[in-house]
Design a protein around this ligand. Sequence first.
Ligand SMILES: [Cu+2]
Length: 164
Amino acid sequence: MTQLFKKTFSAIMLTGLLSVPAFAGTAISVDLWDAGSDMTMVDNMRMMNHQNMMGMENAPMGIKLSAKTVPAGEITFDTLNSSKNLEHEMVVALLVDGMTALPYKENRGRVDENAPNMNLGEVSELEPGEKSSLTINLKPGRYMLYCNVDGHYASGMWTLLTVK
Ligand SMILES: [Cu+2]
């Protein structure tokens, strides 16, 4: 850290720049988690029904980010599926101003990824314990990261990200 600081500092001195050093991008850690029981499809459906009563704070699964706001530009999502027994994924969507509901297919329990802005990039199905990264360029705006495995979005597996 100190070394890096010195290098950065001398680079600034050498080039005579007083502004922020050139920004190579931002990395965010993404944790795809769940409560960890042996959940079957039937349990998933039951969770979806409970969701309305429970509220998000009691959701049985979710997405946790190391940062909720990041600068525009190249963003790397270092994604870990920390579940012990379920596959999860992470899809990036842009929330357009005034949007009140996502294009959601009730019959399939999934967000419609083919709808505009609903899939700007993804880390597709990760096995329990598996990691993968996605790097994409994001403009300022409000984004949502979600898991589109059947029933998971409705079970609370989404979070918001602000790009400034
Ligand atoms: Cu999931």
